[in-house]
Structure formats: structure tokens, C-alpha cells
Design a protein around this ligand. Sequence first.
Ligand code: HEC
Length: 461
Amino acid sequence: MLPIFILVLLLVILMVLIIITYTLHAKKAGSEDEKPGIVQAQNYVYASIVLVALAAVATLYICLHGTIWQAHLMEWMNIVVRLMHITFGIAWIGASFYFVFLENALNRTEQVREELAGNLWAVHGGGFYYLEKYKIAPKTIPKHLHWFKYEAYFTWVSGFCLLFIVYYFNAAALLVDKNILDISSWQAVTLGILSFIIAWFIYDLLCRYVMPKSKIIFMILGLLFVCGFAIFYTHVFAARAAYIHFGAMLGSIMAANVFFVIIPSQKAMVNAARLGKPLNAQLGKNAGLRSLHNNYFTLPVLFVMISNHFPSTFGYKNPWLILLLISFGVAGVKHYLNKREQGKISVWVMPVSILILLSAAYISAPPKPGACNADVSFAEVNKIVQQRCISCHSAKPTDDVYKAAPNGVMYDTPDEIVKYKDKIMERAVVTKTMPLNNKTNITEAERDALRCWINQGASVK
Ligand code: HEC
């Protein structure tokens, strides 16, 4: 119950902060968004609707807490927020890919006016487009200037809500794995949130003080930073939650880059241009670099988002290794694509990235199983399943957290056990991601018995 109050509180504080900054800024310098009053009023109305809706959901949650509808409410919050999160995320990442592509593909040589960095012709959706990029800024800043920022903010806010809905409200089951680290739900949630703040400070300091001095040292420290966090998360949280935290950490850095560096730099540039003051070109460069970092973070973050579906990744005995290999592999693929857009072909980047990804597939392959000596009887298997799985996977679960069979998977009858035999093999034998966090203490011998029984034909006699 308490986490939802914290979440609502955080959201309210965030909204208030945004509104205050916005109002202060609007008073100050004529502001960048010279939108008609009606549009602004509309934005405030929307913000209020969102806040009221959140308060309503929180109240509903409190009313339904402990009843059979609690899980249903959580599921629907999950659906709605997840859909919002991927929609905003696609808009944000789409814009990121598009602008890095523009930057890479600009024609910088043929018939480019003096004040321009380059231009690009494009055809899309049955229309022809002609874009020009200024070296620094146009002589007069146009009245209507589109800013790309809400995609980023909304992606982050919805992602943070999703983290609460899926992991923090359910911390005892999904965030904490007592076999990894014996901490309370509260400690785990606090650690998670703190880690994002600390990660941002380390990254920001590296960018401010190390990057301008030496790119190589920045890259080495950046690499250590990424590895450090992957190892840290997988040693404090359940593996799946660790993956999500790694992605959320990178995602938070991306959103903070937009909020603390990119948008303020752009605002300073626009204001200077409006007042006719000389522009500080370094501001634009800083924003550009952060934007490029964000571009490299996108694919690792996308992998993390779907990693939940792949127990062979987070189920590996050193989950951080697979996480890092896939992150570096896909970031390498992005690097190759960026180079290609610039018309530079770097021969080794793609093959090396693919090799890294293949190595992840290779090392996470299940080991060769031992031989099965005697025939395993169904009675033996049934005993294991009743003892280790039924507390959750039953029409009437007895688990303290799961009140309905997870994913609708039940093992109450022999038929059901046989029906799910392939999935049992995948989750309880190969990837060892079931029982969840080994809550019911299944033994290796029992996993072996399940495997032999399935390999011997899964007969119920
Ligand atoms: C503490 C509760 C708990 C216990 C005990 C448990 N599971 Fe699960 N199981 C879950 C949850 C939660 C999910 C859904 C999330 C996921 O897929 O990881 C799940 C999902 C699964 C799935 C995937 C179903 C699908 O549709 O993809 C399989 C297979 C599975 N469990 C098998 C088992 C087996 C076999 C055992 C016993 C050896 C077991 N589980 C014990 C909680 C549990």
C-alpha cells in the first residue's frame, strides 16, 4: 500500500516542479514556446486530469487491496501504462534515430549556403521534404519552433510507473531473491531508486570533467561504469529485476540528458539568438554529444525491455555477463549503422558485434545433460510438482503473494503436467528460472528427475 503513496507523491512533486519551472521560464525571457494561451490552458487541464486520474487509481487500489480484484486492477494498470510507455518510447527513439540519421546523411558539400551546415532532400508518405541545418542558428529565431522533449519525459515517467506496478508493488516476489541477497522489500526499492540517481551523477561528472580532457579515458571509465552497474544489479536483485534496473538506469540517464543538458542548452542558444547576443557553440556541441550517447543507449535499453520473455538470458548462471555481451553487441550494431549513414564503411564493426552476440548465445547454451539411469515414475514427478510448484500453479494457490495461477499455468492434474512438459523443461530444468527465485527450494536431483521423466516420454503411468 505504501509504495503507491510514494509513487503518487513523487508524481505530484514532479508535476508541480514542471509547472513551476515552466511558469517561471515563461515570465522570464518571452520563452521558447510562444503558444497561444488556449493551448497552454489545455495543457494545464490535461495535467490536472492526469493527477486526478492517478489519485482515483490510488483510492481504487486501497479499496480493492486484499480482495480478489487487486490482481485484476494491477493487470489493467500494467496494460495501460505499458502501452503508454511503449508508445512514448517509440516516438522518442524514433525521433532520436531520425535526427542522428539526418545529422549523418546531411549533404554538406553541394550548393550549401554559407550559414548552413547542410541540407537533405527526402520523400516520404507521398510528399517531398527539404530540410536545412544551420551551422549555429538562423539570424532570427522563428516564432514557431518545435521542441522534442515531451516524448522523453513521458517515456521516463510512464516507465517509472511501470517499474512500481510490476516490481516495486510486488517486491517480495519479483525484486528480492533471498538466494542472491537477503534484504527487505523496502531496502530493495530504496536501493533501486538510489542507484538511478547515483548513476546519473557519475555519468554526468564523467561527461563534464573527463570527456573534454581525454576521450580514451572517458571511454574506459564509461565501460567500467556500465559493467559495474550490471554486476551490482545482478548481485542485489532477482536476475529479471536486475535486467530491468539496468535498462531503467540507462533510460533515466537518457531522460536526464534531455532534461538537464540538451533542452537547457537549446534554450540558452535560442535566448541568446533572440537577444542578438553571441552564441556559445560549445552548448550545441555538448547537447549533440549527449544526444549521441542516448542514441547508443537505445538498443541495449530495448533489449532489456524484451529480456523478460527470454529466461535463457537472465537465467544464465552469471546473468550480468549475458546482459553486458548483448548490450555491447547491439550498441556495436548501432555504431555500424551510424557509420553507414555517414557513408563510412567500417569493415570490422559489424562482424565483431555479431561475434559478441553469438558468444552470448554460445555461452548461455545449456550444458550436456547427464545420463538418466532408471525410469522415473510419474508418482515421483507428481510428488516434486506438488511440493515445489503447486503453491503457485494451482486453481487454488497457497502462496502468500500469488493468489491466482501465474500465466494461468496450473499443475493440479496429470494432464496439465503433461500438457506443459516442454515449458517445465525450459523453466525448471534448462534455465532454472522456476520455481520463482527457488522459493520452494527445489533440489538439483529433483530438476534432474523432471528432465529424465520428460526425456523418457512423459508418461503418466
Ligand atoms: C512462488 C510462486 C511460483 C512457484 C513456486 C513456481 N512458479 Fe512458475 N511461475 C510463477 C510466476 C509468477 C510465473 C509468471 C512469470 C514468469 O513467466 O516468470 C510463472 C511462470 C511459469 C512458467 C511459464 C508459463 C508461460 O506461460 O510461459 C512455467 C513453465 C512455470 N512457471 C513452471 C513452474 C514449475 C515447473 C514450477 C515448480 C518446479 C514452478 N513454476 C513454481 C510463479 C511460481
